[in-house]
Design a protein around this ligand. Structure first.
Ligand code: PAF
Length: 280
């Protein structure tokens, strides 16, 4: 079985040995509840670094709702079983007090890219992510870190933060893995009822329709309005956002064709908040 490390001291001594031998280290930060999407990040890490650590830490500071934190699945045993065939070098699964010891008083805050969309809907969320990711980089001293494009805004925020703070880690973004019907893989999909699961792929379908409409010359505003209407007709309870943004800065970019654009969405179905994004 993969060794599970609980302390920063234990992690440091393991990593020191690898670094002394000139080996590179890749890290895949996760909150557990692993699925094939995470495993694809691990495979990318395995092919990009000599040693690979998967971190499993349900980070309390990125939850702006205590109920969500309490409900978040903690499935370390089954996560370890899923990782076993991939032969990662270690799982780092610290308890909360190892990451946030008494007296902890620092927060990393990224502005700009972290402000709209998820930043606006979930105040404090990205501060928690930026802080824990900075700490995970410091704790693991990884050379490369692997993040899914599924959380596009998070990925862009981490890239911005690493550049701004001169953190010595290379960020690798990995393509979103999708179910056969187009639904982006996510730990939250397991919470959908059978009926909602059948409707969930409509989110990706509506986004793809926006892309097609834009390519056909439909004005952005109209394409987005049609997509929101089609989601409501498909039984989605609400759309937090469906936005055309600059792919790097996340600034609104409905009609700016000069730079790469990304369509990002968050919508509620059956009490579950689904997010997705595609290039347009
Ligand atoms: O994407 C996630 O699972 C989390 O936000 C991360 C990057 C592991 C930080 O807790």
């Amino acid at each position: 079985m993969t060794p599970v490390i609980r302390t920063v001291a234990g992690l440091r001594s393991l990593v020191r040995g690898w670094k002394a031998q000139g080996q590179t280290l890749g890290v895949v930060p996760t909150m557990g509840a692993l699925h094939d999407g995470h495993l694809s990040l691990v495979r990318a890490a395995k092919s990009g670094a000599d040693r690979v650590i998967v971190t499993i830490f349900v980070n309390p500071t990125q939850f702006n709702n205590p109920e969500d934190l309490a409900k978040y699945p903690r499935t370390e045993a089954s996560d370890a079983a899923l990782l076993a065939p991939l032969a990662v070098d270690a799982i780092f699964a610290p308890p909360p007090e190892e990451v946030y010891p008494p007296g902890f008083a620092s927060t990393v805050r990224v502005t700009g890219v972290a402000d709209p969309l998820e930043g606006a809907m979930r105040p404090g969320h990205f501060d928690g992510v930026a802080t824990v990711v900075t700490k995970l980089f410091g704790m693991t001293q990884a050379d490369r870190a692997y993040f899914g494009e599924k959380d596009w805004q998070q990925l862009q925020m981490v890239r911005r933060m690493v550049a701004d703070l001169n953190l010595p880690v290379e960020i690798i973004g990995c393509e979103t893995l999708r179910e056969a019907d187009g639904l982006a893989m996510s730990s939250r999909n397991a919470r959908l009822s059978a009926a909602a699961r059948a409707r969930a792929p409509m989110l990706h379908a509506a986004m793809t329709a926006v892309r097609q409409a834009l390519h056909a010359g439909t004005p952005a505003e109209e394409a987005l309005r049609r997509a929101e209407n089609s989601l409501r007709s498909a039984g989605f309870d609400g759309v937090d956002y469906l936005a055309l943004c600059d792919a790097e800065t996340l600034a609104p970019a409905a009609d700016d064709l000069a730079r790469p654009r990304r369509l990002l969405a968050a919508a509620w179905l059956d009490g579950v908040r689904l997010i997705d994004n595609i290039a347009v």
